[in-house]
Ligand binder design. Structure first.
Ligand SMILES: Nc1ncnc2c1ncn2[C@@H]1O[C@H](COP(=O)(O)OP(=O)(O)OP(=O)(O)O)[C@@H](O)[C@H]1O
Length: 270
């Protein structure tokens, strides 16, 4: 049962992070960060290199130890709610030389829900194949994972998350090192999950696509700078504060102008 003392926003939220602090070698790399993802939203965590984005995710998922703070998944402590949660790690953090076939990696997404006698069953293979088809990788099912390109590896990891049918999927830089076609394919799958009412949270680096891809955003640099809807929080002022004044006025204006403003400007030039 969710704790009745919690606020309504925290209970309803797929992921509610409160006062999260993580230290490495006595140095806080994430300091007292609050963030609440609205249900059915697609949120980005943005900030410069070393801002603590991956650490925040790993601490929220219990992979890295937190010094203080609270994490609730659908209003419950993390260890009680992992069935609703899927995680796609950074591709570079995975040992791709590990001898495993694509179909096995995708099937691993289901192991938590299965009894031992169901491992290797036809039904499991069917579900894994459906997820692979959704990311255009059904032709690679029996390939060793070490023999895939970077973009193909990323799609396989997304298929592994899809097979779990999680209500909350957390992805650490899903577009890192993939080509434009793969990025378009991945974003299409993520948006279709959001349209089904599921919640997605991504660490994201490309500021130019934040407005197109996401509806909510957390801007952080060790501390939380701002969070909220992209329209409100993704502002020149907040970006300047997050990136320490390293973005030029032209970059800032381009990034933060609304699509309507851009259209009007293009029409004016014509
Ligand atoms: N295991 C670790 N031990 C010590 N320091 C670490 C460890 N992992 C990360 N750090 C440090 O913590 C800080 C935050 O790292 P983190 O990877 O969370 O940042 P990030 O915002 O995800 O960066 P990037 O955009 O470069 O991926 C960095 O200064 C990093 O050097």
């Amino acid at each position: 049962m969710p704790d009745s003392r919690l606020g309504k926003e925290v209970i309803a939220s797929p992921l509610a992070i409160q006062g999260l602090t993580v230290s490495y070698d006595h140095r806080p790399v994430v300091h007292s960060v609050d963030f609440v993802t609205p249900p059915g939203s697609m949120s980005a965590i943005i900030g410069p290199n070393g801002a603590g984005k991956s650490t925040l995710l790993k601490a929220a998922l219990g992979i890295t130890r937190r010094l203080s703070g609270e994490v609730r998944v659908f209003g419950r402590p993390l260890d009680q709610e992992t069935r609703h949660l899927a995680f796609v790690p950074q591709r570079s953090s995975v040992d791709w030389d590990f001898p495993a076939r694509v179909i096995d990696v995708v099937g691993m997404g289901l192991y938590r829900d299965l009894r031992w006698w169901q491992f290797g069953s036809r039904q499991l293979r069917l579900r894994a194949m459906e997820s692979l088809a959704r990311v255009g990788m059904e032709g690679f099912a029996d390939r060793q994972i070490g023999q895939l390109s970077g973009g193909q590896q990323q799609r396989v990891f997304l298929a592994r998350a899809l097979v779990q049918e999680a209500d909350l999927t957390i992805l650490d830089e899903p577009f890192a090192g993939v080509d434009a076609a793969t990025e378009a394919a991945i974003i299409q799958v993520l948006k279709s999950l959001r349209d089904e009412g599921r919640t997605l949270l991504c660490v994201h680096h490309d500021l130019a696509t934040v407005r197109d891809y996401f509806d909510h955003v957390l801007l952080m640099n060790v501390r939380r700078i701002a969070a909220g809807s992209v329209d409100e929080a993704f502002s020149e002022e907040n970006l300047q504060a997050t990136y320490g004044g390293r973005l030029s006025p032209v970059q800032l204006a381009r990034l933060t102008e609304s699509p309507n403003g851009r259209r009007q400007e293009e029409e004016r030039r014509w």
